[in-house]
Design a protein around this ligand. Structure first.
Ligand code: SF4
Length: 861
């Protein structure tokens, strides 16, 4: 039964409704969408000629393949002309990503996330806000920008760039866009030369995939066609059905069902067998993906490693590939670096250890039977009848990227792909699935590799400014309870100082005066000046001093890049932002312009010029800056065989006009200029000539670090060493299908909040019994790092002794339990594993139990 208000009917857009193109604002897949906007009071008719969809609704649409327009795809908005408009956001049918109009339950609510004065999204930030004791007061943009620039300049001049800290999102699409990644980079890196910058979901300016990039393989090297052509699809640490839904449903599933046989024949060599794909899933949980794959009738192999042991398991599969001689000797000799290969054989494959002993050890550490490890090797690498090389698409995501020693895990899977010859050929590829859409267009980061841990730096009392753009570290930072505590304390110290000054000396006379007081407070105390730039009043804003309201998807043009295809498209602007909210690039541009003026006035022209050229008026101006700044010296006039020598996400020559022309078809990066015709050409898949991103073009091997039993490693927080009776459960976390990221939007969409009233924890039936709890009971999960409450969700998706919690929810974050451990090679956290205790709280929440479904998600029965 639906718990939220249903509509009796939804209006159709009239045939003259404004029509726009966009990509979904959510996940990595980047499904194509169409947006229709029309004034209140008008409506289209049922006949195809009478509505903007051009679809005949006088009889029902056929199931599954028909045109989808549900009540969640319609909303009303108010523009700055004061009038109400309807907006319909429906899956595009001319998109190569979701050609059948496929969408997920996240994309289906795109319309409901638009700002409206009559729905909960009215909570959007409208104006810059300045803290005044315990309150926030609206201030004009000029004042906000002046304050931000003066405080930054004062701190930088006195304490240097190291005292400036920031966290920024890196969504080149989805909730953000290339314009915004450039805007932040231009100000923070080129202008302010900051190295204390972290990305929205991690504490440093690190790549999550250095382990593969250092091998010469960019993580986005395959295309969706490969999922339709593969003999075997391996999903490692990716619950793709839940989190990259349309990729799984529209591209992997047809292959598992044998529906892509004809497509395979077009690309395969003569006589090559073309059977339905098999799937290997590596995940400790029986996820919805495992179930969905099995439901197709395909052969599915499910490996369930112990938490944190994945790179051992990858190396074990690779060892089996080696022992069974499933590798392509010519490829290895000609296209990989045989010098570093020796190191790989010694340290990763451990060839000095007899195979039997190696596999017995791997089985013991990973918990995966040796027979399954060998079977996985066979499924991904054994040549097909007739000696044809098998085509396997090896995909990984957060289960690998957020794992123990994540650099080695990513390196190990890239190497498994190279050893098994699964890269560069149609139907192959070894890369990440992606979380959000990607694509950086940023000036180079000026800090070291690996970068400093900004969260720790600020917690330790260092730094004076913390500028949080488009992220919510009060939910997303690791070791979160301590993080919140320390940031809150330091912010309050400054707040108290300013309040005392005001009581003694009265209100500051100007923004310059206020900035001077803040700078004085930062000098005299260990305070921290916090600026939050966001679309909502998020948790991290509660301690902020200055809040800057940002525009979102649909309120400004964005160039987006999806992960699976590296498909670049333009997300049109179809509505006004609320109040005075501005795109992130404009806010950073304004601060840059003010800093330029302040340094000019100071007679420091050399510093001032670092901020020159940020006077962007429109997204197209930012794209021009990207072209001039990042691509001017880049020679992209190369033949297709050298496309992989280009920056994989670069798009020299592409502007809004070009993207408007290609519409949903988009263009796949890297974009090159055809040397013969001069036309812009996209790149379907990388490394098709096996020329990799290294100096000599050869794949570079790496010997992974020796296994040291992570449960007793000294670098992991002390509680992991403590008596297991104190913290008897392994704890992991991740996303669920209905919600997106920190639920920054979803919590304002009743259709979504009703699906997940509370953060939940999945517990195996055997543990439920031991704990004496039942579905819907509230439990306190705790360890030495912190605690959170979760609603119990009994399911055999998790094995006994391990629990899985929803990653982020507005009523709690799994990160209150995660440790401060980061991989020293990458500064990336191990979010996916810690140990916890579980305590039942007496009493229950009757309304939650009465209205929540506890049906398992890992079965369709
Ligand atoms: S699969 Fe991803 S991109 Fe596609 S509709 Fe769903 S959330 Fe949007």
């Amino acid at each position: 039964m639906a718990l939220y208000r249903r509509e009796e009917s939804i209006p159709l857009p009239p045939s003259n409704a404004e029509a726009y193109n966009t990509a979904c604002q959510y996940c990595t897949v980047g499904c194509g969408y169409k947006v229709y906007v029309w004034p209140d009071g008008l409506a289209g008719g049922l006949k195809a000629s009478d509505n903007a969809f051009g679809v005949d609704f006088s009889s029902p649409q056929p199931p599954l393949v028909g045109f989808s327009y549900t009540e969640s795809m319609h909303s009303t908005i108010r523009k700055r002309d004061g009038r109400t408009y309807h907006v319909a956001i429906v899956p595009a049918h001319d998109s190569p990503i979701n050609p059948m109009g496929n969408h997920s339950s996240r994309g289906a609510v795109n319309a409901k996330t638009t700002w409206s004065d009559s729905r909960p999204t009215q909570a959007r930030l409208h104006y810059p806000l300045l803290r005044n004791g315990n309150e926030f007061n609206a201030i004009p943009w000029d004042a906000a920008i002046e304050l931000q620039a003066r405080v930054i300049k004062g701190v930088a001049d006195k304490h240097g760039a190291d005292a400036l800290c920031s966290k920024i999102y890196d969504h080149g699409g989805g909730g953000g866009g290339m314009e915004n990644t450039y805007g932040t980079g231009r100000l923070l890196f080129t202008g302010l030369q900051m190295k204390h910058v972290g990305i929205h979901n991690r504490p440093g300016y690190s790549s999550e995939t250095w382990g593969t990039r250092d091998r010469g393989v960019h993580e986005l090297n395959y295309c969706y066609e490969d999922a339709r052509l593969a003999d075997t699809i391996m999903l490692w640490g990716s619950n793709a059905y839940d989190t990259a839904t349309v990729f799984f449903v529209a591209h992997m599933m047809p292959n598992l069902q044998g529906a892509t046989k004809d497509e395979k024949k077009k690309h395969y060599t003569s006589g090559e067998p073309a059977a339905p794909a098999r799937m290997v899933i590596v995940d400790p949980r029986i996820s919805a993906t495992v179930n969905a794959a099995r439901e197709t009738g395909a052969k599915v192999l499910h490996l369930r490693p112990n938490l944190g042991t994945d790179y051992m398991l990858m190396n074990a599969v690779a060892r089996a590939v080696w022992e069974k001689k499933y590798y392509n000797k010519d490829f290895l000799n000609q296209h990989t670096d045989m010098t570093t290969f020796e190191d790989y054989k010694k340290k990763s494959l451990e060839l000095d250890m007899p195979y039997k002993d190696f596999m017995a050890r791997a089985q013991k550490i990973t918990g995966v039977p040796a027979a399954q490890i060998e079977e996985a090797a066979t499924w991904i690498a054994q040549p097909k009848p007739g000696g044809h090389w098998r085509r396997s698409l090896i995909l990984y995501e957060k289960g690998v990227i957020w794992n123990y020693r994540q650099y080695d895990a990513v390196a190990a899977i890239a190497q498994l792909g190279a050893l098994s010859f699964n890269i560069g050929r149609p139907g192959t590829g070894t890369g990440r699935v992606g979380g959000h859409q990607e694509g950086y267009a940023r000036p180079d980061y000026p800090g070291p590799k690996p970068p400093p841990d900004v969260d720790k730096y600020v917690q330790d009392g260092k730094g004076k400014i913390f500028w949080l753009t488009g992220c919510n570290p009060y939910l997303a930072a690791q070791n979160n309870a301590y993080f919140r505590k320390r940031i809150g304390e330091r912010a309050q110290t400054l707040t108290d100082y300013l309040s005392a000054q005001k009581q003694g000396d009265g209100e500051p006379a100007s923004m310059e005066h206020l900035a001077a007081r803040i700078l004085e407070g930062l000098d005299k105390t260990n305070g921290l000046f916090i600026t939050v730039q966001n679309i909502y009043m998020i948790e991290s804003a509660r301690d902020a001093h200055l809040i800057l309201p940002a525009a979102q998807w649909g309120e400004a043009e964005n160039i987006s890049l999806n992960c699976g295809d590296r498909l670049m498209r333009l997300d049109d602007r179809f509505m006004d932002p609320p109040g005075d909210a501005k795109p992130d690039w404009e806010i950073h541009g304004l601060v840059g312009q003010k800093l330029e003026a302040l340094y000019q006035a100071d007679g420091k022209a050399d510093i001032a010029k670092r901020f020159a050229g940020m006077d962007w008026k429109h997204g197209a101006d930012v794209v021009k800056s990207i072209q001039d700044d990042l691509y001017a010296g880049m020679d992209t006039k190369v033949p297709a065989s050298r496309a992989s020598t280009l920056d994989p996400e670069s798009f020299k020559g592409v502007d809004y006009a070009y993207l408007r022309k290609v519409g949903q078809k988009g263009i796949q990066t890297p974009v090159r200029t055809d040397p013969n015709t001069g036309a812009l050409v996209g790149t379907k898949r990388l490394y098709s000539t096996f020329y990799f991103m290294t100096k000599d073009g050869k794949f570079s091997w790496y010997g992974t670090r020796p296994w040291d039993d992570h449960a007793s490693a000294t670098v992991v927080a002390g509680y992991l060493k403590s008596d297991r009776t104190k913290y008897p459960f392994w704890f992991t976390m991740g996303r669920s299908q209905p919600l997106w990221q920190t639920s920054y939007h979803m919590r304002h969409v009743p259709e979504k909040t009703e699906t997940t009233l509370l953060p939940f924890v999945q517990i195996n039936p055997a543990d439920v019994k031991k704990l004496g709890v039942t579905n819907g009971d509230i439990v306190m999960i705790h360890n030495d790092q912190g605690n959170e409450t979760f609603a119990v969700y009994e399911t055999d998706a998790v094995p006994p002794g391990m629990v899985f919690a929803l990653m982020y929810h507005w009523l709690g974050t799994s990160n209150s339990l995660t440790s401060p451990y980061t991989d020293p090679m990458s500064t990336n956290p191990w979010y996916k594993g810690t140990r916890v205790g579980i305590r039942k709280l007496s009493g229950g929440l009757a309304s939650v139990i009465a209205t929540t479904s506890f049906r398992p998600t890992n079965t369709f029965v």
